[in-house]
Design a protein around this ligand. Structure first.
Ligand code: TK8
Length: 339
């Protein structure tokens, strides 16, 4: 062995000993983490996954590597969730709404008009209630790390501007695969059709469905403006994303490795929310420039929608458990009184 190589190895050994990853020094092979997500690389979701990947690689000194796989190349949310539970995939980020079939408490976040603004969402999601809902995933083979912002959802369709409740009548509207969404939009008079997000663009393009609902960011990054004429602002629900890990895999990590992931997840959360809010702030202008016709649904009409949906609220309460439901309502009242 020549001198140069020898000193290189010595230097590497020192670096390894100095890091909490010393235990793996002998048979160094980076841990590969397949991290799947549904949106494009050029989206708020894609940017935050990239930031997470870089943070993990840096904090672990290259011993943990994240392979970010977007555009649902590993399958739609529900498929990835099963891969995580089985241990065939390590990580993903997706909608909490598609987790309801696995963990019923997640339906809490589907409550129409639950949060009035992003501040309320952050406080509840990052506080004891959000953490309690997240912890329920552990019984199901998943570990939740953090919530990201998907955002307040709005309606788009190719038929007509929605200015009043009745304009939704018979509109074939794609919803997420979840009974609360299905129920909500049926109650509002739409012909609600559950579909995975990965099939949505082509369903809109071929007019298999007339419309959908998502935050401005997604309407922009998924290019829905190419196949949707009308955007009607309702802000009918705040949707979180959640970063999840396969519990099977997580349980085999060292405490130091788990910490690297948790720290990077928190960094990604703070970055993602900021990035999403900035993008949402300019997205309406961008969508208008792309040719969408945008209208704000009058408050009185939004209130009519809200009233119609109280029936749905009652069933969400029953499904997630009245204790959790009441705790959330009480926390929100308190939060609103405090400002
Ligand atoms: C992306 C989805 C998306 C969600 C939906 O995988 O399905 O409409 O809003 O963000 O999770």
């Amino acid at each position: 062995m020549n001198l140069f190589r020898r000193s290189l190895i010595a230097a590497a050994a020192t670096a390894v000993l100095a890091s909490p990853f010393a235990a793996q020094a002998q048979d160094f092979k980076p841990r590969m983490i397949r991290f799947g997500y549904g949106l494009n690389e050029q989206s708020n979701q894609g940017r935050a996954v990239k930031l997470f990947a870089d943070a993990v690689e840096k904090a672990s000194g290259g011993k943990m590597k994240v392979r970010a796989i977007g555009a649902a190349a590993l399958g739609p949310d529900t498929q990835m969730q099963q891969a995580l539970i089985g241990g065939a995939q390590e990580m993903m980020v997706g909608s909490t709404a598609t987790l309801v079939g696995i963990s019923k408490e997640m339906a809490l976040w589907d409550t129409p008009f639950l949060f009035n603004n992003a501040k309320e969402a952050d406080t509840i999601l990052d506080g004891p209630i959000g953490q309690k809902v997240m912890a329920k995933l552990n019984e199901k083979g998943l570990v939740g790390l953090v919530y990201w912002e998907n955002g307040f959802r709005n309606l788009t369709n190719s038929k007509r501007a929605v200015n009043k409740l009745e304009d939704l009548d018979g509109v074939k509207l794609r919803v997420m695969q979840n009974n609360v969404y299905l129920d909500s939009f049926k109650t509002l008079g739409a012909n609600a059709v559950p579909l995975p997000f990965s099939e949505l663009f082509s369903a809109l393009e071929t007019k298999t469905v007339d419309g959908q609902e998502n935050p401005y960011n997604t309407i922009l990054s998924s290019k829905f403006y190419e196949v949707q004429k009308y955007l009607s602002i309702t802000n009918h629900v705040y949707s979180p994303w959640i970063v999840t890990v396969s519990k099977k895999w997580w349980d085999g990590l060292t405490a130091a490795e788990q910490k690297v992931l948790m720290d990077a997840a928190r960094l990604s959360r703070d970055f993602e929310r900021k990035d999403t809010r900035e993008e949402a702030g300019r997205a309406l202008g961008d969508l208008k420039a792309k040719g969408m016709l945008i209208n704000e649904v009058p408050v009185a009409e939004v209130n009519r929608m809200r009233d119609k949906l109280t029936r749905v609220n009652a069933s969400i309460g029953a499904n997630v458990g009245m204790e959790l439901w009441t705790e959330t309502q009480t926390a929100l009242v308190k939060l609103r009184g405090a400002k």
